[in-house]
Ligand binder design. Structure first.
Ligand SMILES: C[S@@+](CC[C@H](N)C(=O)[O-])C[C@H]1O[C@@H](n2cnc3c(N)ncnc32)[C@H](O)[C@@H]1O
Length: 281
């Protein structure tokens, strides 16, 4: 008999599986006139930052987290590790990332090698609900667009609380429910309502507080999200099509439908990307 956790982990793996991702990224680079020998952090940002707002959203979140060169930071649900490479480059620190999807981890580790960051960054496959780290290991953590795939938010935040040192900051940037209403599917994290494990701001705050965190800030990023999608549309129109690398490299044929549905759900104020900043006390 499969339990809830196993069923949702299976759905996650089905949703994010690509099959030939590293080659697809290399092919995109070739179209950009680049290769793994001379690729830059910025070349990869359109494909390796898999959340609304891409690099801009990462910069906004990190500005609130007070990481430093001394901080060993955890990226929960790191995907391809784009944010991890940005953090390691910005702060010259150590970053560890964990993600359920093994293809993302293998691809992410190859991208770290291309950029010469393998000594600073370690990405490994595993579940955020049961992480292979000792208690009090990390000086800070962040999680971007992951909670929509995990039902038991209290279990998730308790596990993150466990691996953080006292005083550590933790930043979340997830898509959250704003009000009830039928969502358009598929969206980037799920193909139907059963696999979409959204919660609202208050649920997140309650789960974080039950895990022991002190909530320091909550920022609804609705306007930022719509502006981001508008900018992408204008850029694509100006350039006469999609760029060589982008979220379409990850989501392939379903990209247009998933992003159109996501924008519609945000426009109708049913969901919104939201940041929550907390501290382990
Ligand atoms: C939309 S992607 C975001 C990836 C990355 N955080 C980013 O912003 O680029 C969601 C990621 O969450 C991961 N994920 C979902 N459930 C997870 C779990 N229980 N444990 C670890 N990773 C999980 C997926 O494998 C996927 O890589």
């Amino acid at each position: 008999m499969l339990n809830d956790k196993t069923v949702s982990e299976k759905a996650v793996l089905q949703n994010y599986a690509h099959g030939d991702l590293l080659n697809a990224i290399e092919a995109g680079l070739t179209k950009l006139g680049k290769s793994k020998e001379n690729v830059s952090l910025d070349d990869l940002a359109p494909v390796d930052e898999f959340h609304i707002g891409s690099r801009g959203a990462t910069v906004h979140l990190m500005q609130q987290l007070a990481f430093s060169a001394k901080s060993h930071v955890l990226d929960v649900g790191c995907g391809l590790g784009g944010a991890a490479r940005f953090v390691a480059t910005q702060f010259n620190n150590k970053v560890s990332g964990i993600d359920l999807t093994s293809e993302y981890i293998a691809t992410g580790n190859a991208l770290c090698q291309w950029l010469g960051l393998s000594d600073q960054i370690s990405l490994q496959q595993g579940s955020a609900l049961s992480m292979p780290y000792q208690s009090n290991t990390f000086d800070g953590a962040y999680m971007m667009h992951v909670g929509m795939n995990i039902k038991d938010k209290t279990a998730l935040f308790s596990e993150i609380y466990r691996v953080l040192s006292p005083g550590a900051m933790f930043g979340i940037y997830d898509v959250m429910r704003v009000q009830a209403g039928d969502l358009a599917y598929p969206v980037p994290w799920a193909s139907n309502d059963v696999d979409s494990l959204l919660a609202n701001e208050a649920d997140y705050v309650n789960a974080l507080q039950s895990a022991g965190f002190k909530v320091e800030a909550v920022n609804n990023r609705h306007d930022f999200a719509l502006q981001f999608f508008d900018d992408v549309r204008l850029r694509n129109e100006k350039n006469g099509g999609l760029p060589p690398l982008g979220l379409h490299t990850l989501m392939q044929a379903s990209t247009g439908q998933k992003l159109t549905n996501l924008m519609s759900n945000i426009n109708r104020k049913l969901v919104s990307p939201t940041e929550i900043i907390v501290r382990k006390v």
